[in-house]
Design a protein around this ligand. Structure first.
Ligand SMILES: Cc1cc2nc3c(=O)[nH]c(=O)nc-3n(C[C@H](O)[C@H](O)[C@H](O)COP(=O)(O)OP(=O)(O)OC[C@H]3O[C@@H](n4cnc5c(N)ncnc54)[C@H](O)[C@@H]3O)c2cc1C
Length: 345
C-alpha cells in the first residue's frame, strides 16, 4: 500500500513524486516507457521553467540535458498579418529524454520508487483507497490513498475515470529534423501563425545543428498535415533561404486543444490530474512550466488534505488558481495579436 501513486514520469509526475517522497510519503512513480524515453518536444525551457526546476529540485538544469545552441534567447513570432513580434527572454534548449530522465532520478533520490515500463491500464477507487492496474509484462494491481495522474495528453486513465466517450479535442503535430541551412537566428524559437501555413501554428528551431520544422492541425483535419507542411517548407525556402540537405527523422504527436476559458479537469475523488492530463498548456505548446507547477500543486494538496478526501480537489484548485490565471492571460495575449486564436479572447 502506497500513500500516493503517480502515473507518468514527465515534468508533472516527476515533480509530484519528488515533492511527496522528500516529505516522507510512500510514493510509486509508474511510467509506461523505459527511461530515458522519447517525447516529441521543441525542448525550449523558458525562464519560468528554469526557475521552477531550481525551486522544486534545488538544482540547476544539468548540462547533460542540453543541446546546442544551449542558450535560447526567446521567441519570434509572425502573426497572421505577417507582423513580426520578438519576445526576448533567456532560456535553455534541452532534449526531453535526458531532461525528464534527470527529473525522474531526482524523484528516486528523494525516496520515490520509480517503476518504468509499467503502464497504468485502469483504475478504481472507494472511500479509502485508489487501485491502479499496471501492466509490465504481467498485470497486477497497486493500492494507494491517492493517485496523481500525470499521463500527458492522451490520459487513458482519465478518460476511463470520467467515462468520456469519443475523442477529446487534440492538436496533431508533425515535425522533421534536417541537415541544412537557413538564414534565421538559431538562438530563437520561431513561430508562424499564418493560416495558409497551418491551422494552429508552424515553427522552426534548432537542436544539435538539426533544423526542426513543424506544423500542427486539429486532429480531425489530420489529412491536411502533409500539404500544410509542404506549404511551410515552400514559405521557408522563399522567405528564409531554407535548403534541406537530408531529412534525418520525423515525428508526430498530440497536444490538448485548449478551448476558450482554458477549462481544467482537476480530478475525481482520490484521483488528481496534473500537467497536460489536467489541460494545463500555454500558447505555442509551452507546457513544461505548467507540468512542473501543477505537479507540485497536486503534491502539496495531497499533503495538506491527506486525511480529508472531500477537500483535496478544492485545495488543488485553489493552489493552481494563479497558474490557471497565468495560462488564461497568455492565451488572451496571443488572441489579441493573431486572429487564428481570436476565439481565446
Ligand atoms: C511538438 C511539441 C513541441 C513542444 N515544445 C515545447 C517546448 O518547447 N517547451 C515547452 O515547455 N513545452 C513544449 N511542449 C509541450 C510539453 O511537451 C508538454 O506540455 C509537457 O511535456 C507536459 O508534461 P506532462 O508531465 O503533463 O506530460 P508528459 O511530458 O507527456 O509526460 C507524461 C508521461 O506519462 C507517461 N504515460 C502516459 N500514459 C501512461 C500510462 N497509462 N501509464 C504510465 N505512464 C504513462 C508517458 O510515457 C510520459 O512519460 C511541446 C509539445 C509538443 C507536442
Amino acid at each position: 500500500m502506497y500513500d500516493v501513486i503517480v502515473i507518468g514520469a514527465g515534468p508533472a509526475g516527476c515533480t509530484a513524486a519528488k515533492a511527496l517522497a522528500e516529505k516522507g510519503f510512500r510514493v510509486l512513480l509508474a511510467e509506461k516507457c523505459r527511461m530515458p524515453r522519447y517525447k516529441s518536444c521543441s525542448g525550449q525551457l523558458i525562464q519560468k521553467s528554469i526557475d521552477l526546476v531550481q525551486r522544486y529540485f534545488d538544482r540547476e538544469v544539468p548540462r547533460s540535458a542540453m543541446c546546442t545552441p544551449t542558450e535560447n534567447r526567446g521567441m519570434i513570432f509572425t502573426s497572421d498579418r505577417r507582423k513580426e513580434y520578438r519576445f526576448q527572454q533567456e532560456g535553455l534548449n534541452i532534449w526531453r529524454s535526458s531532461f525528464d530522465h534527470w527529473l525522474a532520478e531526482r524523484a528516486e533520490e528523494a525516496g520515490a520508487e520509480v517503476r518504468d515500463g509499467a503502464a497504468a491500464i485502469s483504475c478504481t477507487q472507494d472511500s479509502k483507497t485508489a487501485m491502479v492496474t499496471l501492466r509490465s509484462g504481467k498485470v497486477y494491481t497497486e493500492t494507494a490513498r491517492y493517485l496523481i495522474d500525470c499521463e500527458g495528453v492522451v490520459g487513458t486513465l482519465k478518460r476511463k475515470l470520467l467515462l468520456t466517450d469519443g475523442t477529446p479535442p487534440y492538436i496533431m503535430t508533425f515535425q522533421t529534423y534536417n541537415r541544412g541551412r537557413i538564414d534565421l537566428d538559431h538562438h530563437y524559437f520561431h513561430a508562424y501563425l499564418q493560416p495558409e501555413l497551418s491551422q494552429y501554428d508552424a515553427w522552426f528551431n534548432v537542436k544539435d545543428e538539426m533544423l526542426v520544422l513543424g506544423v500542427s492541425v486539429p486532429v480531425k483535419d489530420r489529412g491536411k498535415i502533409a500539404p500544410y507542411y509542404q506549404r511551410f517548407i515552400d514559405y521557408m525556402e522563399k522567405n528564409h533561404c531554407l535548403k534541406i540537405g537530408q531529412q534525418l527523422k520525423t515525428d508526430q504527436w498530440l497536444m490538448p486543444h485548449i478551448l476558450p476559458g482554458c477549462p481544467i479537469d482537476y480530478g475525481i475523488g482520490r484521483v488528481l490530474f496534473a500537467g497536460e492530463a489536467a489541460g494545463f498548456l500555454n500558447p505555442m505548446g509551452e507546457g513544461i512550466s505548467a507540468g512542473l507547477e501543477s505537479g507540485y500543486c497536486a503534491a502539496q494538496a495531497v499533503m495538506e488534505h491527506f486525511d480529508s478526501m472531500e477537500t483535496v480537489l478544492p485545495g488543488y484548485r485553489e493552489r493552481t488558481a494563479p497558474l490557471h490565471d497565468y495560462m488564461k492571460r497568455q492565451w488572451r495575449f496571443v488572441a489579441g495579436i493573431a486572429d487564428t486564436f481570436s476565439h481565446m479572447k
